[in-house]
Design a protein around this ligand. Structure first.
Ligand code: GLU
Length: 428
């Protein structure tokens, strides 16, 4: 191996694990296809606003702990900022930047009038009591209140947060205002202005694109073998809807590991304990596997629905699925993408595949603003239509440009944002 290759190796590995470096690399590749102006590319590479907050929280034992949180707005051209809030021990500013940028492209690909944002707090929500989690949420929201609002930035759930956390966000913001502001956050419980269908929206969107992708390759979800990494909100909803569509869900996993049965798992019974520690491990009729083994299982559709960077150049050659649907944000690194492409694996990219969540968040925001709520059938039908339309547009763009679906999606997303940025011009 040459000296230069040796020197390049650690940098490459660093890039592989740095989500923001990956996001910029993906943007640069799209800019190349779009022949984007250099200065415009420079604008799009940088998040517009970043806030870091270090704030104290009273713990149950009487002590005070300082937590670090972030909120990042990427590019404001197409509308208010929109994106989830993540509670995870490995949250970093760079990860939040990447997730905010991916939100920008995602909203543009499915053509909803938002720009991208993301937030996060470095914490392990599983190790906090309900009371501590509420204190942390209320104080974090107060700290970032200069950025959020129904017209400026609308948070939502992400990894480690849920409808209850969204309820505390809505309440905290409303207390400061002196009146109730449901439209400040989405993914709320129905009782306080949440939307029917929001809880399962990301999973429902994942199933719609999986169905369309399977159709492209000449098979259906009926009887297809599906492996799902992650059994949180997105993973469990995907499992439920895949099962309902007649697919055979052969494996699911959580942070502790996975379970596998080539004849299919009893998803309805697993859904009863979803979210509870040890739920999957207590299941009798399956083999225990690791999260790494799950990714390499012999199956038709693989759905990584956990964290970013799980399919890399190292394990991509071992992937056996015909289709990978990115329910998580950023699960396949660019190097792995190239390998999967060469192997003929069809990858449905995150900014399309998991857009169902933000699409129904948009519906929730619209319903809150007009104080007029829709039936679940209406929400689901509108979601499915939006997903199918976006999928067809991405496939068509990819074919026209002779690129894969990820680049097809990037071409649409980046082009729409670049156009909005150019038309608005630079102030002053
Ligand atoms: N956190 C989700 C995502 O990454 C949902 C964002 C939203 O609904 O605003 O797409």
């Amino acid at each position: 191996m040459s000296q230069t290759m040796l020197a390049a190796e650690p940098k490459k590995r660093q890039e592989e694990s740095n989500a923001y470096a990956i996001a910029v690399r993906q943007l640069e590749a799209a800019a190349h296809y779009l022949n984007l102006d250099r200065s415009l590319l420079e604008v799009l590479k940088h998040p517009r606003r970043e806030l870091t907050v270090n704030f104290p929280v009273k713990m149950d034992d009487g002590s005070v702990r300082v937590f670090t949180g972030y909120r990042v707005h990427h590019n404001p051209a197409r509308g208010p900022a929109k994106g989830g809030i993540r509670y995870h021990p490995e949250v970093t500013l760079d990860e939040t930047r990447a997730l905010a940028m991916w939100m920008t492209w995602k909203c543009a690909v499915v053509n909803i009038p938002y720009s991208g944002a993301k937030g996060g707090v470095v914490c392990d929500p599983k190790r906090l009591s309900v009371h501590e989690l509420e204190n942390l949420t209320r104080r974090y929201i107060t700290e970032i209140s200069i950025m959020i609002g129904p017209e400026s930035d609308i948070p939502a759930p992400d990894v480690g947060t849920n409808p209850q956390v969204m309820a505390w966000i809505m309440d905290t913001y409303s207390m400061h205002k002196g009146y109730t502001v449901p439209a400040v956050v989405t993914g709320k419980p129905i009782a306080i202005g949440g939307s029917e269908g929001r809880l399962e929206a990301t999973g429902r969107g994942v199933c719609v694109v999986a169905h369309e992708a399977a159709k492209m390759l000449g098979f259906t979800l009926e009887g297809a073998r599906v492996a799902i990494q992650g059994f949180g909100n997105v993973g469990s909803a995907t499992a439920k809807l895949m099962h309902q569509a007649g697919a055979k869900v052969v494996a699911v996993s959580d942070v502790r590991g996975g379970i596998y049965n080539p004849n299919g798992l009893d998803i309805p019974s697993l859904l009863h304990c979803a979210g509870r520690d040890g739920c999957l491990q207590a299941y009798r009729d399956a083999e225990l596997i690791t999260n790494e083994q799950l990714l390499e299982l012999d199956c038709d559709i693989l759905v990584p629905a956990a964290l970013h960077g799980v399919i890399t150049a190292r394990n991509a050659p071992n992937i056996k699925a015909r289709i990978v649907v990115e329910a998580a944000n950023g699960p396949v690194t660019p190097d792995a993408d190239e390998i999967l492409d060469e192997m003929g694996v069809l990858v449905v990219p995150d900014i399309l595949a998991n857009a169902g969540g933000v699409i129904v968040s948009y519906f929730e925001w619209v319903q809150d603003l007009q104080a007029f709520f829709w039936e679940e059938e209406e929400v689901n039908a509108k979601l499915e239509k939006a997903m199918r339309k976006s999928f067809a547009h991405v496939v068509q763009t990819a074919e026209q440009n002779k690129v894969n679906l990820r680049m097809g999606a990037y071409i649409i997303g980046v082009k729409r944002v670049a156009e909005a940025t150019t038309i608005r011009g630079i102030y002053p």
